[in-house]
Structure formats: structure tokens, C-alpha cells
Design a protein around this ligand. Structure first.
Ligand code: GMT
Length: 383
């Protein structure tokens, strides 16, 4: 496709949607597109320099009258000014709330100035499955999805759920999440492994934002059960509301010596490089990007069967899928994988599966989607 100028709007945090948006922007920039990130702080993975990458900060004023500062208005205004000044060809917003409705507003303002601004919305999960279908947001989410010139969802399950809960009148294309295998690969970190597992213990890892949907308690319980059977260590990466409870649980179960909470990490792949098993017992998960990152580092996954996880983790091949909350089954499957006769095969399969989600395969799909959205937006104006 011809090189274009794209405005990307996302949450700049460690969350999966922000990671996907940032990695996509970086890959597009390497293809020669000019990519302008529009968000309230520097995205955590926007960590490299490229002449095609730009960052525009949304600054929103607080005022004594505002109990809740109107971020969406400041964002829409910023989209308008970046679109005008940088002559953007397209806006791609990640996570519907409030980015899709802010983009709609920006598009309408630009229209009054004779500018056609195609908008692509990518649905990531909780913008649909938790927050979006709440009556306090649903009409706006439905409207802004229907008004987008292109809509993508990160899994078939998320598409299905969107169509089930919203009156959607337009096509949704499933474009799965991806991984940059040039970056996310197993690194040689023997000294690190030796420091954490001095006696050759099995190393279990969990990464998330420690929210309720991640079922952190199940992670601790499964680890406790594994630890009763074989020597093992647990590394918990990330931070969030459930962390204190998880730490309390570790103290009560007397497993603190074998569990470490590492907080938010920039280079997750360094820890994943020494892991033997990844746990993802989530209640909801539209895709499970953290599991894909583990698989790219040759780490098999024991997960729940929630949402879109079955589209990634292959039963009995890259790991196992268990009923949400079935910690006994998760323990059995974890111990099976960790058996030294089984582990090498699972590790190899995990990596092989990750290759199917390599950025080099997914990037052209996004580019095609952009082309169609641009055409559609311009045709609407002619009609
Ligand atoms: O978890 C969220 O609330 C939102 C989002 C995020 O920013 O972390 O996560 C969702 O998007 C990721 C990237 O597409 C997916 O890999 C996650 O499965 C999805 N989380 C949920 O559905 C709970």
C-alpha cells in the first residue's frame, strides 16, 4: 500500500490494547508510514526512535468546576489539530471507550472544514465485554462503532459478543493480535534462571494488570498445589488492585519464599525467557496477548477457556484450556506439562504457534483494512 499518515489513539499504559496499538504503530513506521500517537502520556512501549514516529500529548485542564475533567473533548480537539497540521489520512482508535466517540466528534468537526477523515476502531475486549455493554455507555458505543469506516475485533469470540450485545449495522473484521518475534524471543539468561531457581525448580510465571477478571487467586492456588508436588517458584509480573490480596494469600499459604512479585516490567521477555509455564486463569479474555508473549518465548500455557483464548492456546498442543475456576484441573495439566518427558514438546509447539501471529503476517491485513476504510469514507462523501 502507498505510505500514509496515520493517527493512532490508545491508552498509553501497560494494558494489552496499548501494547498492541504501540507495536502496530512501530511496525507501520518501519514500513515507511508516518505514525502519530495521540494520547495523554508517552505509550510505555514507544521505546525506540524512528523518523516516522511522532507523539502528541493530550493535555486536559482541570478546573474547580469539573469533578471529572472532560478528557474526551480534549482528545477530540487534539485529534482535530493533529489531523489538520499533519494532514492525516486516517485515524485508528484502539479501545472503543471513549476513543471511538471522540474520533466521531473529530471527524464531524473536520467535515465542516471540508476534510474527510476515515476512522478505524479496534475493539479489544472489556470495551465490549465489561464496560461497553453497561447501559451507561451502550448507546454511545453502538453509535460510534456503526459510524466508524472500519471496525476490527481481536478475536472471533469478541466479534460474536459484540454482535450479540450491540445493534451493529456494519461489518466487523477479525484481525488477531500479533507479536514481534524479532523482539519477543527466548534469550539466553542462564545466570538469571540459576539465581531464581538455584536447585533447578520449575519456574511458573503470570503477567497481568491484577484486576478481578484475571482471577489472581486461582494463579496462587494452582501454584500452591504445584508446589506441594514438585519444587517450584512463581514470578508475578504486573500490578493492580488484586495484588495486596494475592500477597496476603501467599503469606497465609506459607509460599512467600518461593513467590516474587516483580511489579510492572519493561522487558517482560527477559523473565519469560527463563519460564517453564505461564498461567492465565482469566474470567474474561478477548485474546490473551500476555499468553502469546509467553508462547513466543517458548513457554507453554495453562489457561481458562474464556473468550478468545481457545483461538490462541491449542488444547494439548501449546498447553491446556480448563473451565474457569477449575484449579484442580489446571494443577493436573500444569504438572503434566512440567514433567521432563513432556515439557520440551510443549515448548516447541508454543513457539511454532506464536509464529502464526507474527507481525509480518498481520501488518498487511491492517494495511488492507486501512485502504478499504479510506475508500469507504471518501465514497460516502461522493454519494
Ligand atoms: O483488559 C482490559 O481491560 C483491556 C485490554 C487492555 O488494554 O489490557 O485488554 C484486552 O485487550 C488485549 C489486547 O487486545 C487482549 O489481549 C486482552 O485479552 C483483553 N482483555 C480482556 O478481554 C479482559
Amino acid at each position: 500500500m502507498d505510505q500514509i499518515k496515520i493517527g493512532i489513539v490508545c491508552y498509553p499504559t501497560f494494558g494489552g490494547s496499548g501494547v498492541v496499538a504501540t507495536e502496530l504503530g512501530k511496525a507501520l513506521a518501519q514500513e515507511g508510514h508516518k505514525v502519530h500517537f495521540i494520547t495523554y502520556s508517552q505509550p510505555s512501549r514507544l521505546d525506540f526512535l524512528n523518523e516516522n514516529l511522532f507523539y502528541h500529548e493530550v493535555d486536559f485542564r482541570t478546573y474547580p468546576l469539573f469533578e471529572y475533567p472532560p478528557y474526551e473533548l480534549a482528545l477530540a480537539s487534539k485529534m482535530v489539530s493533529v489531523a489538520q497540521n499533519e494532514k492525516l489520512d486516517l485515524l485508528h482508535v484502539h479501545y472503543a471507550i471513549p476513543h471511538a466517540s471522540a474520533a466521531y466528534m473529530a471527524k464531524q468537526i473536520l467535515k465542516t472544514q471540508g476534510v474527510v477523515m476515515p476512522v478505524v476502531t479496534t475493539l479489544h475486549g472489556t470495551d465490549i465485554t465489561l464496560v461497553g455493554k453497561d447501559p451507561s455507555y451502550e448507546p454511545v458505543v453502538t453509535f460510534s462503532i456503526n459510524q466508524s469506516d472500519g471496525v476490527t475485533a481481536v478475536s472471533h469470540d469478541l466479534k460474536r459478543e459484540t454482535l450479540e450485545h450491540f445493534r451493529i449495522t456494519r461489518e466487523i473484521e477479525v484481525i488477531p493480535n500479533f507479536i514481534d518475534l524479532a523482539k519477543f524471543k527466548k534469550q539466553k539468561k542462564d545466570h538469571f534462571k540459576k539465581a531464581i531457581c538455584p536447585n533447578g525448580e520449575a519456574l511458573i510465571v503470570h503477567t497481568s494488570n491484577f484486576r478481578k477478571v484475571k482471577r489472581i487467586g486461582d494463579v496462587i492456588t494452582v501454584f500452591y498445589n504445584i508446589h506441594k508436588e514438585i519444587p517450584a517458584k512463581l514470578l508475578m509480573i504486573g500490578d493492580g488492585p488484586e495484588r495486596i490480596q494475592a500477597e496476603t494469600m501467599c503469606r497465609e499459604l506459607n509460599i512467600c519464599d518461593d513467590t516474587r512479585f516483580l511489579g510492572k516490567l519493561e522487558a517482560v521477555e527477559e523473565v519469560l525467557s527463563v519460564a517453564d509455564l505461564f498461567l492465565m486463569p482469566s474470567e474474561k479474555e478477548s485474546f490473551g496477548l500476555a499468553a502469546l508473549e509467553a508462547m513466543a518465548c517458548e513457554v507453554p500455557v495453562v489457561s481458562s477457556n474464556a473468550g478468545g483464548i481457545p483461538e490462541l492456546n491449542v488444547q494439548g498442543v501449546t498447553g491446556y484450556l480448563c473451565t474457569i475456576g477449575d484449579v484442580e484441573e489446571m494443577t493436573r495439566k500444569a504438572l503434566f506439562i512440567l514433567d521432563k518427558n513432556n515439557l520440551p514438546k510443549f515448548k516447541a509447539n508454543a513457539l511454532k504457534r506464536a509464529h502464526e501471529f507474527d507481525i509480518t503476517r498481520i501488518l498487511p491485513v491492517y494495511e488492507k483494512h486501512y485502504e478499504k476504510a479510506i475508500q469507504r469514507a471518501h465514497q460516502k462523501v461522493i454519494v
